[in-house]
Every structure is written in structure tokens, then in C-alpha cells.
Design a protein around this ligand. Sequence first.
Ligand code: FE
Ligand code: CA
Length: 513
Amino acid sequence: MSHLSRRIFVLGSLTTAGVAALELGAIAQPSAAASTPFPFTLGVASGEPDGNSVVLWTRLAPAPTNADGQGGMPNADVAVDWQVSTNQNFTTLVSSGTLTARYAQAHAVHVLAGGLAPDAEYYYRFRAQGFISPVGRTRTAPAAGTVGRDFTMAFASCAHYEHGYYTAYRRMADDRPDLILHLGDYIYEGAATAGGVRQHLGSEIVSLADYRRRYALYRSDPDLQAAHAIAPWLVVPDDHEVENNYANMVRADSSPALTAAQWTARRSAAYQAYFENMPLRAAATPSGNSIPLYRRVRWGTLATFHMLDTRQFRDDQACGDGLKVCADADLPSRSITGGNQETWLLDGLGQHLSTWDLIGQQVFFARNVNSAGAMNMDAWDGYRASRARIQQGIIDRGVRNPVVLTGDVHASWGNDLKADYANASSATIGSELVCTSISSTGNGSATTTIPNGSLNPHLRFYSDRRGYVRTHITPSQLTADFRSIATVTEHGAPATTARSFVIHDGIPGLADA
Ligand code: FE
Ligand code: CA
């Protein structure tokens, strides 16, 4: 038995025994034949809460990393029962039902559990093939027009499997947040590479089977499962869920060699596997080679999450991508969002739906220029007119508390957004919180010296460690803790707070906590 499959077997056995010892409510005792393998090796998840519903997710995969991507399931559809309770013993059922896990969707299931109370905590579980799943915790958003209770939201990005263990996901779960945002690079597409703490399986992923198997490999991780099981998630992909630095239909490299039709098929496969493996609403069902992902999620009158998609609609990176001095990056015709999404975002910001407008998105938003005058063409610095239109839109609409939430760069940054980045004394119009990676690029270093800090005085904080950002949000302030993990090449490191900032209601920019 390989190390991986032994670990999964032990996890599955413990989980099943633990759940079976609880009172079982309307779900009968498991009666699986001893030879039937445990199908819930990928854990459970929830997402997309509103005031009375939440999506519940699982995927049946008794042999999760089989090369055909089907997780060891037969070519047959399977009934899955689900339950929602107010307590983790399931003594009182709030909602329950049965649906079909289909072979054509790699036996992923998405339940829209409705009829729930607003601003309330719930527990959920599944049953299939005589086995009961691990129990997940989730919650609903506050009712429309209400602030709701104290609110803790954590966000993360960039979890390269080979570069480190998922201690940061475990520490997020330990915090028991109300909501988790994932801002992309949930998987990486590359081939198995020696020298890391663990290895991908197979070549660079291209087919639907490849993507399904890669998600199953990542989801087999118990620390990631713990983060999914503790809170509902809002997710948006970045590039590596498809291929490094792709821009709409343009690839950034030609390896592996693919015809145009093969690339289109690959993008379709990547989006299908993303949908299958994430707790998304049916509204995000892929169609052809696109997936409708940008959306608003309301958290009462406290917060609105504007979740962006900066990959599917962007123009190709200017000047051949990379770190460049590039006049073309100023062209007004260039967009990182596409026109429709830009209009949609500005319209939403203009509605003043809540105290906080939180823009969850993928790539570095504030200017970050180096001493040669070069900027990252894959980030908003490569789409400067696009950024200027969003910023001017924020100013014109009097958006009270805009906060951009960002991933991608594998380091923590805390930034002020400036009306004119060339003029340090221009108005601060908002804030940006950039989470570091969960594991990508490994341990990093202890440095907190801000790269190019003197050239970019609006960049206020930097850390090269792995981790996540934890926020606590009230009507009067947003507190952000940059959580830091000293090592991800060993299991079990604690999380410490490297730096905290406060954003006060009505006062854009980061203040000392
Ligand atoms: Fe990344
Ligand atoms: Ca990325």
C-alpha cells in the first residue's frame, strides 16, 4: 500500500467509526458489506451561503487517484442521502433529501439545502453505499437588511501540493471562521516533479480525467478537508486551475503542444472539473468552454462580496508578459475584466449594498513598480486603464469602504489604493489585502522588508512566509491579521500573526491595529 493510500484508508476508517458512534437521526446504521470501500475519501464542503440556503458538496471516490479520474467508482449512478441539522449529533433534522451522484460528473454532488434560518450555524453529512460521510459545519448569511452577528472571514490562495503541507489550511480551520474565500491556484497543473515534500501524479494535466484526478489528489489532504468542513467557501479560480498565465483563449506557453481545438477542449475540461469539485451554485455550471463565475454574494448590510474573474475575459498580457516597462499596458482598449464584467462591477459598487464592499479577485491590484520602471504584465499593472476605470468608478460613486482581496503572488502584502500612484500625496481611495500562499514556493524567509518599498510608498506591509489572512468585520471596522506559518516542509507548525491592520469605516487605507 502506498503512503498516500494508507493515509486515506486510516482517515476513512477513523472518520466512519467516529460518525457511526453518533446518534444517526433518520439515516439508518451503515450496513455496507465489508468489501465495499469507503467512498467519502475527499471529505465534504459547503459554499455560496445566502440568507436561507447553502450548497453542500461531496464526491464519491473510494480510489481517489485512479488515472481515469473516476475515483474507483463503477460506471453507474448512485443515490446519495443528505441531512442538515442544528447540531452535530443530528438529533434534530432541519432538512434532508436524496439525489443522484452521476458517473458523468465523476460522482460529484451539489445539494442546494434551502429553508434554513438566516445567520445560523448548521451541520451536514451524506450517506452513500452504506457509509456515512464526515460531518461538515456551515452557516447562512444574515437576513437582508440586517447586520448579523460578529463576522470572521479568512481568505487564501496558491496551494502547490509539491511545495509544502497544508498547515495553513489547518490553522484556518482552527480559527472556525464564518466564511472562507479562496482566490485561485487551488490546484497546479504541472507534472510530477521530484524534490518537493510530496509529488503530483502523472504528466501535466490536459484531459478531463487528468483534472479530476488532480483535484482528487489535492482533496485527499486532511488539512484541506478540515478547512472545507469548518465553514462555507466562496471560490474563484486563477490561472493554474487551467494553465499558467493563460489569458482568455491565449496560452502563455506551448508545452504541451496543443492544437487550437485541443486547447479549447482542455479549457472546457478544466472548468468542468473545477465546477465538479467546488461547492458552487448551479448558476456557475460551465457551458461550452466557459464558466459563469463573477457574482455578488451578500452578507446582510455588513458586507458584499464582488467575486471577480480576471482570466476568462482579459486581453492578452501586454509586451509578451513578464516584468516589463511597457507603454501598451496603458492602452484604454485593454481590459482585465472585459467590458461586461467591468460594467457589472461598477453597477454593483454604485448600489451601496452594505457597509463594506469586498472585491475578491486574483492578481495584484495596486501599482508595484521596480527601480527599472518595470511592472508585472500579468497583474492589474499590465491593464492600467482597466484599473483606472475601476478606481475612478469607486471615487465617482462614493463607495464608502472598498477593499480589494487578492492572491497570486505567494507573499503577504498590505496596500493603500491611491488616486494617482505617481503622487504619494494623492488621495487614498481604498485598501488591498493580499494573502500569501498556502504552500506555493515553500517556506520562504523571515524577511518583512517591502520590495521596492521606497518606490511604492502605498505598499505598507510585506511578508515572505506562507499563511492566510483572517479578517474580523463589524459595522465600524475591518481588522485584518496576516497569519504566518514558519515552515510548511514539516507538519504541524503554529500560525502566528505577523502584522494586524485596521480599516476604519469611512476612512480608506490601512491603519495600525
Ligand atoms: Fe500561485
Ligand atoms: Ca496565479
